[in-house]
Design a protein around this ligand. Structure first.
Ligand code: GTP
Ligand code: MG
Length: 321
């Protein structure tokens, strides 16, 4: 590896390592190519980057040819993907519109959203991806939507609390998602696998909604129900709950002798260790890793921890290689 690579290059390389999709990888590689110092010492590296771009583009083409374009596939972005599920007119589009800048269609008639639409919801120093979807109910499941649900990191089941049918909506959603093995509940109603979900009762501003919500909570004490109105109230709590249901932690990297990079956290699953973090920074790091210094969850700032130390949300980590 030539020693004279710039910070800009290392930043682009880091983006590449963190890229999840082929498109993100190509974009990061192109950036690496654009900022790499152009001289003899980097020729081999430049050629290597070019061939990686070419290979990714080729693979992308082949994939498209073999599978065709799937309008129900939603490319993942941000810290986690939350897909909405709800009966017609429950307010899915209004909610995604209220929480992100997605161009959604809100209408006072049902079946107004024909395909998934995604938007990024800012949450503290990160973004959570929300996906608005066409409506579902046991007798209406658009082809392709189950695939969208299965790919999600978490689901947000939205019911319309202004109607007396909101309990039926919740039961109907839980049933169809269980039948299609998107979610799994134990006999006690506990969520056991595979995709976590949260329930929100929308349209709490309308008459009768509070009473309906009370009935919903009495009859389904096993599920956590957030009271919201996509026109305003309850949205801050909903954001917090969505972050919690994703079960992720934010970790900030720190290079020795430098301040931590607080601009863009690394996102890891809760329960991840220093080794998992090291792997995310560079695939060769776990092997080299001796220990780490941690600010946050430890008793002391900058405390030395072993490789298998379990990290917490917002920890700052300096890897000791
Ligand atoms: N009062 C009130 N009206 C709402 C709320 N959320 C949505 N609405 C209204 O409910 C209607 C349906 O909203 P949409 O967001 O289009 O519902 P949807 O679930 O996306 O509908 P489909 O795409 O057809 O499934 C619209 O007239 C919205 O203005 C809310 O919290 N309070
Ligand atoms: Mg809609």
């Amino acid at each position: 590896m030539p020693a004279n690579l710039t910070q800009q290059y290392h930043k682009a390389e880091e983006q590449y390592r963190r890229a999840k999709t082929p498109e993100e990888k190509i974009k990061a590689l192109q950036e690496m190519l654009a900022v790499i110092p152009k001289h003899k010492g980097t020729e081999k590296l430049q050629a290597d980057i070019k061939s990686r771009i070419a290979r990714l583009k080729e693979e992308g083409k082949k994939k498209k040819q073999s599978r065709g374009f799937n309008p129900f596939g939603v490319e993942k972005q941000g810290a986690g993907q939350v897909v909405l599920a709800g009966y017609p007119n429950s307010g899915k589009s209004a909610l995604v519109g209220a929480l992100s800048r997605a161009k959604v269609k809100v209408a006072d008639y049902p079946f107004s959203t024909p395909l998934p639409v995604s938007g990024m919801m800012p949450y503290e120093d990160t973004y959570i991806q929300l996906v608005d979807t066409p409506p579902v109910s046991p007798d209406n499941i658009p082809p392709g939507i189950i695939g969208t649900f299965r790919e999600a990191d978490a689901l947000l089941l939205l019911v319309d609390a202004s109607t007396g049918e909101c309990l039926d909506q919740l039961e109907g959603l839980l049933q169809l998602l269980q039948e299609r093995e998107v979610i799994d509940l134990s006999e006690e109603g506990e969520i056991i696998a595979p995709i976590p979900f949260l329930v929100a009762a929308n349209k709490m501003d309308l008459p009768g909604a509070a009473d309906n919500l009370a009935v919903l909570r009495d009859l389904r004490p096993d599920v956590e129900i957030s009271a919201i109105s996509s026109t305003g109230s309850g949205l801050e709590q909903l954001k917090e709950k969505l972050f919690a249901v994703l079960d992720i932690i934010r970790i900030y990297g720190k290079a020795p002798g430098r301040p931590a990079d607080m601009t863009q956290p690394f996102i890891l699953k809760r329960g991840s260790t220093v080794i998992d973090f090291a792997e995310m920074v560079h695939k060769d790091f776990p092997e080299k890793l001796k220990s780490a210094l941690v600010w946050g969850s430890t008793r002391f700032d900058g405390q030395a921890v072993p490789r298998d130390y379990v990290l917490e949300d917002r920890d700052i980590v300096e890897l000791q290689l």
